[in-house]
Design a protein around this ligand. Structure first.
Ligand code: UD1
Ligand code: UDP
Length: 363
């Protein structure tokens, strides 16, 4: 295969789907490697079905473990597939341990490494994702930055301009392809988000927010204040990482925990929500593209474009600040320009990638 696409978690499947589909349309020989970092059917299988992707060509089944164990087994598994497949280019997305493992495996072999969603920075090295993206950006041969701001971050770190292409974010490609279908079909259970604008949508899964019960409880208390102040029910699809801690916490009456949702159901809920409260990267972007105000339940964001256009506000993790951020963002004008591109990112990425000559072998 010309291209090996490595993925392993929910957001990677969603954001790489437009690239995989574009490879299929253009007959670009490609192979898809699934590390198995996510394995619960609701975090992985459902997306292959909904996004009409063929099953991965290679599955490594690594599962959950400590960062070192998980990343280590992924490196070994990916290396073995790459030696077998011998691709010209390895393509990775974002900032997960899967991204990191593929970066390290590819960097030791004679292949070109391409990073989709390059150049994002939270400037918070406590986050495993920040370290993962820095390592990937400084290792990759080709960097596909979603915005000019992300490209500037890369250049500021000394990465040569000729390795960087601004492409937009494939999250927009996926949204454009699925938004109408999501709004037309309604497979949500009755009573879940029936009335547009009368509910808020919540997601929480960052290690720093959900692993620590006190911090998680503060966030719940903050979103409860928002629910009461604006008379909103809060629908909260619970990421498996948060499930256990949540079961030992008092969940406010205003918050309705549900299982993780399929992409189209989730998109519909996002599009018709009055407000989105989240610590997810992809959800901050989707809220911004869909025109729904967002409060980010973190102290920082690697998506500052959403804040600059007025779509998003940092709520931190204290109840007072969360309530205040919601008040401000709901009072503000909700017309803004989408900073993440025109939905043609997958095409740009593949064209730039195919145009690059294979890296010379240095022995
Ligand atoms: C990972 C990424 C994060 C990304 C998120 C997307 C890293 C370091 N983190 O976080 O950047 O935003 O995916 O959702 O790569 N679990 C299950 N079923 C699964 C997968 C996980 O129950 O299919 C539970 C396990 O208890 C596991 C925990 O979730 O220990 C954490 O999983 P892990 O893959 O380590 O990280 P995520 O929190 O999912
Ligand atoms: N998502 C979904 N169902 C859910 C929650 C999220 O389909 O119940 C989708 C959402 O539309 C977005 C992606 O998952 O495209 C975000 O993934 P996540 O929050 O797990 O990771 P992050 O973007 O923070 O890395």
């Amino acid at each position: 295969a010309q291209l090996a696409i490595v993925l392993g978690t929910r957001p990677e499947i969603i954001k790489l789907a437009p690239i995989i589909q574009e490879c299929r349309r253009r007959d670009i020989a490609h192979t898809v490697v699934h590390t198995g970092q996510h394995y619960s059917p609701r975090l992985t299988e459902v997306f292959f079905e909904e996004l009409q992707l063929p099953s991965p060509d290679h599955t490594l089944g690594v599962g959950s473990d400590t960062h070192g164990e998980q990343t280590g087994s992924m490196i070994a598994g990916i290396e073995s597939v790459l030696l077998d497949v011998d691709p010209r280019t390895v393509l990775v997305q974002g900032d997960t341990n899967t991204t990191l493992a593929a970066t390290i495996a590819a960097s030791k072999l004679d292949v070109e490494l391409a990073h989709v969603e390059a150049g994002l920075r939270s400037d918070d090295r406590q986050m495993p994702e920040e370290v993962n993206r820095i390592i990937c950006d400084h290792t990759a041969d080709q960097l596909f930055a979603p915005t000019t701001e992300a490209a500037t971050n890369l250049r500021d770190e000394g990465i040569e301009a000729d390795r960087i292409t601004v492409t937009g974010n494939t999250v927009v490609d996926a949204l454009q392809r699925h938004r109408r279908i999501a709004l037309e079909r309604n497979t949500l259970p009755e009573g879940l988000g029936d009335v547009p604008g009368e509910y808020g949508l919540v997601t929480l899964h960052r290690a720093e927010n959900v692993d620590e019960p006190e911090r998680f409880a503060d966030i719940l208390s903050g979103i409860d204040r928002v629910a009461r102040a604006f008379d909103l029910e809060l629908i909260y699809p619970v990421h498996p990482r948060a499930r256990e801690v949540l079961s030992d916490l008092p969940v406010p009456d205003t918050v309705r925990p549900v299982e993780p949702l399929e992409y189209l159901d989730f998109l519909r809920l996002e599009a018709e929500a009055r407000l989105i409260l989240t610590d997810s990267g992809g959800v901050q972007e989707e809220a911004c593209v869909l025109g729904v105000p967002c409060v980010t339940l973190r102290e920082n964001t690697e998506r500052p474009e959403t804040i600059a256009v007025g779509a998003n506000r940092l709520g931190g993790v204290s109840p007072e600040r969360i309530a205040e951020a919601a008040r401000v963002v709901l009072a503000a004008d909700d017309e803004w320009d989408n900073p993440f591109g025109d939905g043609d990112a997958a095409r740009r990425i593949l064209e730039a990638s195919a145009a690059t000559p294979a890296r010379e072998v240095v022995q």
